[in-house]
Design a protein around this ligand. Structure first.
Ligand code: ADP
Ligand code: MG
Length: 441
């Protein structure tokens, strides 16, 4: 009994920790569905809804899961997954091929009115408004890409809201790529894929969030591409978001070409003035008055990610309400210091990558930057280029130039080759993991 309680408690604490570390979509998709199975022994038993969630967790959240075991030195966290056995009769499931949990509700705050525009996002916002006004008739697909927390999901939902408000009869589906894949897996299991296909192909508008999760999911990519083509051929609107432009996604040529058919638009990092407006707007929404010098201070210190701005406002708001204090520069400084301290983002540099790659591959950094085609040197060079593109925010041109003046197409070629090879080559995979770990200190 006590074992069970303790376990549940520590799992709850662990979830709170994880929730702070990842986005709410991530948390909702991957961590919320997990159930702890109380059993004696050192192994943690977790129940997951399907094999995909299990795979995804072990592939992408191993380090986070390891946090559950504070004494774990390194290596694999001792977890045993159990895929949930479906007790529902199949018939019932087949009646509704789209599982409830996968349909993706629109966030009520993510409207166009609440989206503050500036030079970095004006273009993409007007493209989104255009698509919402004339679905299937302007740009199709509309492909929105940009960094984390810059408003991609917000715009996607904005389109969904506008369309839903304009007509009750339009069939809109907004879904994350993970949910699409989950849906497909569930339907494969219950042998109702045809129904699912029919459902998706009957939509007027399909809004797909975070297409980057389709990378390395060969089987699902085909199915997605078929759905995509079927819809576009009938002039149904598709909107896709992604953390990278189509050409930089590790997807098939066919899929990339399809995504470039319509309009590709970037959401950039808002400039200072826009960030100040965002701070004011978010504070307004919370009924909080922020003097302009303080709004300016916040906007100056948080500059890469609007989600973080929101986080800061929430904290400041909570702090001031709790302590019954007026906002002052002093309070804001303290809150921000804590926030920035909690997210130490280690900057990856070319030098760091070269050093780490040269260690693991046992070649000289000068060789990596040089032109030698010797097999081991060329491989080390390609891995270094791959990592630089994955881990750095600089432009491809700039990154390529720092490899002894290579071109951006050489860089892309190297990146594609390694990305492909990583899927098949276990040793290379391990080497890359080691380098990444070294880079993160
Ligand atoms: P992404 O999908 O690009 O990671 P989100 O759309 O989830 O980012 O945005 C993160 C948060 O920042 C959301 O709460 C969103 O409302 C807010 N946000 C982002 N850009 C803007 C903007 N231009 N105006 C107002 N809020 C924004
Ligand atoms: Mg998003």
């Amino acid at each position: 009994m006590t074992v069970t309680c303790e376990l549940k408690d520590s799992w709850k604490q662990f979830l709170e920790l994880v929730e702070k570390k990842c986005s709410s979509t991530e948390f909702h998709n991957w961590f919320s569905p997990i159930k702890v199975i109380p059993k004696d022994g050192d192994i943690l038993h977790l129940e997951v809804p399907n094999i995909f969630v299990q795979e995804y967790l072990t592939d992408n959240y191993r380090d986070d899961l390891a946090l559950f075991f504070p004494d774990l030195e390194n290596g694999k966290p001792p977890i045993e997954f159990h895929v949930k056995q479906d007790k529902k009769p199949q018939k019932k499931q087949q009646a509704n091929p789209i599982q409830k949990n996968t349909t993706f509700l629109l966030n009520k705050n993510y409207t166009f009115e609440n989206f503050i525009e500036g030079p970095s996002n004006q273009f993409v916002k007007s493209a989104a408004i255009g698509v919402a006004a004339h679905p299937g008739k302007s740009y199709n697909p509309l492909f929105i890409h940009g960094g984390v927390g810059l408003g991609k999901t917000h715009l996607l939902h904005g389109i969904g809201h506008t369309i839903k408000n304009s007509s009750k009869n339009i069939r809109v589906q907004c879904i994350t790529t993970e949910a699409f894949i989950n849906d497909l897996i569930d339907n494969l299991k219950s042998k109702s894929v045809d129904k699912m296909k029919r459902y998706y192909r009957s939509l007027d508008i399909l809004l797909v969030d975070d297409i980057q999760f389709l990378q390395n999911r060969l089987n699902f990519e085909d199915e997605f591409c078929n759905t995509f083509e079927a819809l576009i051929n009938q002039h149904r609107q598709i909107v896709i978001t992604s953390d990278k432009p189509p050409s930089q996604l590790n997807l098939s040529e066919r899929m990339i070409a399809r995504m470039e058919w319509g309009l590709v638009a970037n959401v950039g990092i808002p400039d200072l003035e826009t960030r100040v407006a965002i701070v004011q707007h978010k504070a307004d929404q919370k009924g909080l008055f922020i003097p302009s010098d303080i709004a300016f201070y916040i906007a100056e210190h948080i500059y890469l990610n609007v989600r973080q701005i929101e986080g800061a406002i929430n904290r400041i708001c909570a702090f001031c309400r709790l302590m019954n204090l007026k906002i002052t520069q002093d309070i804001v400084e303290r809150v921000l210091a804590e926030l920035i301290h909690k997210n130490p983002s280690i900057r990856v540099t070319i030098d760091g990558i070269l050093k780490s790659v040269s260690n693991v591959f046992e070649v000289k950094t000068s060789d990596i930057k040089g032109d030698s085609r010797m097999k081991n040197i060329a491989l080390a060079r390609q891995v270094a280029m791959y990592l630089a593109k994955e881990l750095m925010d600089d432009s491809l041109q700039k990154i390529a130039a720092s490899f002894g003046g290579k071109t951006h197409s050489t860089l892309l070629h190297a990146w594609k080759k390694i990305a492909k090879e990583l899927k098949e080559n276990e040793k290379l995979n391990r080497q890359v993991q080691i380098i990444k770990r070294n880079l993160k200190g």
